[in-house]
Design a protein around this ligand. Sequence first.
Ligand code: PMV
Length: 325
Amino acid sequence: MKATAHAPSNIAFIKYWGKKNEEDRLPANGSISMNLSNLYTTTTVEFSRLFIEDSVLIDDQVLDYETHRVIQHVNRIRRLAGISDNVRIQSYNSFPTGRGLSSSASGFAALTVAASAASGLELTEKELSMLARQGSGSACRSIPRGFVEWVDGDTSEDSYAESLYAEDYWDLRDIVVVTGTGRKEISTQEGMKITTNSPFYTTRLNHMNEKIHKIKKFLAKKDFHSFGELIEHEALEMHAVMMTSHPSLLYWTEKTVSIMKSVQRWRREGLSVYFTINTGQDIHLLCEGKNQDTIVSHIHKEIDDVELIVNTPDRGAHITENHLF
Ligand code: PMV
């Protein structure tokens, strides 16, 4: 059987960094995110006894490391469905991969939805989210729609994401500023293991619940100023933990820092815009829809050689009929 899924990537406002259980991929803390309309993956999966082996093509390429992770995930689904047929997978990302733009979130969400359907499984949104989490943590947040909470949970069964609000709840924009072409040197999996030795790791974990509580309050009130202050501080705090680990993880480039400084200056000049950043050099600027054009024109005027990807909040992963093969 063949099935195709479309899944958005997501940007975490309060971030997942560190695991309390490596094997089940249980996060050390809960996280809150928004799905992104223009960073997405489309994946077609077909199971058949006629295929002589498993095959995985991502953006028309065979990628060894990714193929291994993808097949591990498909094996979970084959076990659940009780099938042993070989699989053919083809996947396209709308954006550059391996750069900290969370292609693993959209990638594993699309794979989970397409492979479950192609294997004949009929899973609930909660079950799909739990399953996607085992492929890549942040992928569980790309299953539900709009603005999403991933509750950390104590067991595999209670660690999954749920929608807080649909995509039309708040007219926010996430403007991704793509600053260069370099791939990140250290994967998030490796990075999370390393950073547990930062002296600030436990300090951060101690107030994550408080941050989750606050961001939910600001979302409920649509209080953009308080929301922005908190997400920018949260990103800087996560990076402070990364920078102070052994070895130190320093993902930013000069350009990343210069954009951060521009954002803070634009704010002093009265423009309401905040940044957040994951494991890479590219940076996400958050603003309300009414300020998108002004911010885009500021970027074009002041910052050379960057590509922009403007996102609105999006629905979650879903089946489509547009098969890739
Ligand atoms: O799900 P992973 O392994 O790609 O980790 C995601 C980590 C961050 O992007 C830095 C934070 C997050 O919550 O998305």
